[in-house]
Design a binder for this molecule. Structure first.
Ligand SMILES: [Fe+2]
Length: 241
């Protein structure tokens, strides 16, 4: 299970597991040894599909991740990290090249620490994710495709749609700690975005809302896993048609 480590006692096993790599320790960038926490892949269990990060992708992203870690120490961490993210996705082609073309729905986790989580999320064509919250601030920057966000708010009648943010490549959105959003890729091709959270995204209990009844329920790994699996199956079927 999840276990925090201080900067000086980072576990090689943990980092390699987190990154899904069999890399020698010496090949890992410096931020990895100063910021990673020990984690087993079993703990990454809201059900999201984890895509292993390749060594070259990790190296390409090193400067960006170090900049995010530094910005997160600012007096307004979300705003400072947003500036780094906005600069990063201002050249979406370069960011796409660094992260790699999306080929399946899932998350490439570049950093997981108690203070900060950074992953690239890829959505298959027309994939939807039900309303959910994070209990921490979140910044989203799109580097390919488009991600439509409905922002929801709690009301006496239950959940109500409150705002819409259509994010195209190069756009950045910020979500506060109480935000509830649902996500759609409206395109017939992949959407890829960098998602950055002000905490350990994977160790936080969250809520999700049934997309039809809008009933709130604890975030269910099984349901989320099915969404990712079905999205990938659907994409494979479309390819074969
Ligand atoms: Fe989210």
């Amino acid at each position: 299970m999840f276990k925090s480590k201080s900067d000086s006692e980072i576990s090689r096993r943990g980092m390699i597991k987190t990154l899904g790599l069999g890399l020698a320790f010496t090949t890992l960038p410096s931020y990895a040894s100063s910021a990673m926490t020990e984690v087993s892949m079993d703990a990454l269990d809201h059900g999201e599909r984890i895509i292993p990060v390749e060594e070259n992708e990790l190296i390409e992203m090193q400067k960006f991740i170090e900049d995010c870690i530094a910005a997160n120490k600012d007096s307004d961490p979300q705003e400072a990290v947003k500036e780094v993210l906005a600069k990063g996705v201002s050249n979406p082609t370069a960011m796409l090249k660094a992260i790699g073309e999306p080929t399946e729905a899932g998350l490439k986790v570049f950093l997981r620490s108690k203070e900060l989580t950074i992953f690239a999320a890829s959505w298959t064509p027309q994939m939807n994710l039900m309303p959910h919250n994070h209990h921490m601030w979140a910044n989203i920057g799109i580097y390919t495709g488009r991600e439509d966000n409905i922002i929801w708010r709690r009301s006496e009648k239950g959940l109500e749609a409150d705002d819409v943010r259509c994010l195209f490549a190069g756009d950045v959105a910020t979500l506060n700690t109480k935000a509830i959003h649902s996500v759609t890729n409206p395109l017939n091709r992949f959407t890829g975005g960098l998602h950055i959270y002000g905490g350990d995204f994977f160790a936080t209990e969250r809520s999700q809302w049934d997309p039809e009844t809008l009933n709130e329920e604890p975030s269910n790994g099984e349901v989320i896993r099915n969404i990712f699996n079905k999205a990938n199956e659907q994409m494979r079927r479309m390819k074969n048609d």
